[in-house]
Design a protein around this ligand. Structure first.
Ligand code: GUN
Ligand code: FE
Length: 431
């Protein structure tokens, strides 16, 4: 059977947010890309499958990056002294303009895809640029990598640099149709996702056309929401009749549900730092996912998202690197930052909202974001088999550490940046 095998090692996961689920020196079985669960003693029915023994290594579920901009990877870690709207206008839009040139896109997207492949991330939701052909090139590269992704050609027909803004709503929609028809059924692991950049960059006419496209193709949606105060003020001036920002997506049935046809519209919104109670309630009602991007929220001085509050309410939440608002692709780092900013939120903003503990942030990075992709983010029976295997012997310690200590330390010290020894996505070994 293809993609059927057993791996052995120290298995670390979170089935629920509140606690770690640790299995020292155990087996996890993969049959046809699907996990059959974790076993201390290998059941007889699996003893004939190939066994890969990773010795004392750590085995984690693959990480999920629920929000990343591929074309911003090349300029990550610079131009970090401005807030969102100025940062977009001065640095980001000019960088994205370059993706009109396929030679540049080819080089830059190679860097991105190679880094993604080597990282601990197995699945991701990606923004490309507004350029159709560069987006298709990125999709081809992602497919070759073996990673699983949603990739979006960005829609933006106002309020951007001349070289980047699309010429009209009709042109944006027309190019989107061309792109969707071209990639339809083309890839196994790489799927299109509708990507209105954010309300400041999308006219009402474009949003109306995207609504039609979403209904015609039934594809999921990704965008940005309530990220910075300047952005929110701008949205208020553009759409004064909306009570809150999220309504501007919901008015076009691009916010979790299409009530007219009683259909789910799988949606992920990045940031949600300043969401009002009404906005949060609608997200909850419609099952909208939050992509929490703490590095970006710090770098662009956007704020701290109240993740404890969202967890208490039961919102769908995953983590995002948000390259290049965020400066690092490692979701291990994002887990750490998630905990750190939740401590600042608690101490400086509202002591009713306790900091996240390690298991909770790990859960968000795996099962939390994973649920956007289905049964993903754990080795429980029936879950798609995504795994990262790491050698933590480089993290020397004078005493023997237990598995919980080793797991936390691997994340805090970003073991994923240099010490991954194997990686599996949907049952296929890609590293
Ligand atoms: N809002 C609209 N576009 C962007 C972007 O590229 N990055 C971030 N962080 N926020 C945005
Ligand atoms: Fe973003």
């Amino acid at each position: 059977m293809e993609n059927s095998f057993v791996i052995k090692g120290n298995i670390c996961q979170t089935k629920i947010a509140k606690e770690l689920d640790l299995h020292p020196c155990s087996y996890v079985v993969c049959v046809n890309g699907i996990s059959k669960g974790i076993f201390k003693v290998l059941p007889q029915e699996y003893v004939d499958l190939p066994l890969f023994d990773y010795g004392d290594a750590l085995i984690f579920p693959g990480m999920i990056d629920l929000h990343v901009h591929a074309p911003q990877y090349a300029f990550r870690g610079m131009c970090m002294d401005l807030e969102l709207m100025d940062w977009l206008n001065q640095y980001t839009f000019p960088e994205e303009e370059k993706y009109e040139n396929l030679e540049y896109a080819d080089k830059a997207y190679d860097l991105f895809v190679n880094a993604m492949k080597k990282s601990s991330t197995t699945r991701t939701c990606i923004f490309a640029t507004r350029h159709r052909f560069a987006t298709e090139l990125l999709m081809e590269k992602m497919e070759k990598s073996g990673l699983v992704s949603y990739v979006g050609k960005v829609n933006m027909d106002r309020e951007a640099s001349k070289g980047l803004v699309e010429e009209s709503a009709d042109m944006s929609a027309y190019v989107t149709f061309g792109w969707l028809n071209s990639v339809k059924g083309k890839f196994k692991n790489t799927k299109p996702i509708l990507t209105p950049r954010f309300i400041p960059c999308c006219t009402d006419k474009l949003m109306e056309e995207l609504r039609e496209i979403q209904m015609a193709y039934g594809i999921p949606v990704q965008s940005h929401l309530s990220e910075s105060k300047g952005e929110i003020e701008f949205v208020k001036s553009l759409r004064p009749d909306n009570e809150f920002y999220g309504e501007s997506y919901n008015d076009y049935d691009l916010f979790g549900k299409n009530d007219d046809i009683n259909a789910d519209v799988k949606t992920v919104m990045a940031h949600c730092i300043w969401s009002s109670e009404e906005e949060v309630n609608l997200m909850l009602k419609n099952g909208v996912f939050v992509a929490h991007c703490p590095a970006s929220n710090m770098n662009l001085t956007s704020g701290i998202a109240p993740i404890r509050k969202y967890l208490n309410l039961g919102l769908n939440i995953g983590l995002g690197s948000d390259i290049a608002g965020g400066h690092n692709l490692s979701i291990f780092r994002v887990i750490t930052e998630t905990i750190q900013v939740s401590k600042l939120y608690f101490r400086l903003i509202d002591e009713n909202y306790k900091p996240l503990v390690f298991s909770e942030a790990f859960y968000l990075a795996t099962k939390g974001g994973g649920s956007f992709f289905g049964n993903v983010g754990s080795f429980e029976h029936g879950y798609e088999f995504d795994a990262v295997i790491m050698d933590d012997s480089v993290l020397v310690h004078p005493q023997k550490l237990n598995l919980a200590e080793r797991m936390e330390r691997a994340v805090y010290l970003s073991l994923d940046e240099k010490n991954i020894i194997a990686k599996y996505v949907a049952g296929k070994q890609i590293l």
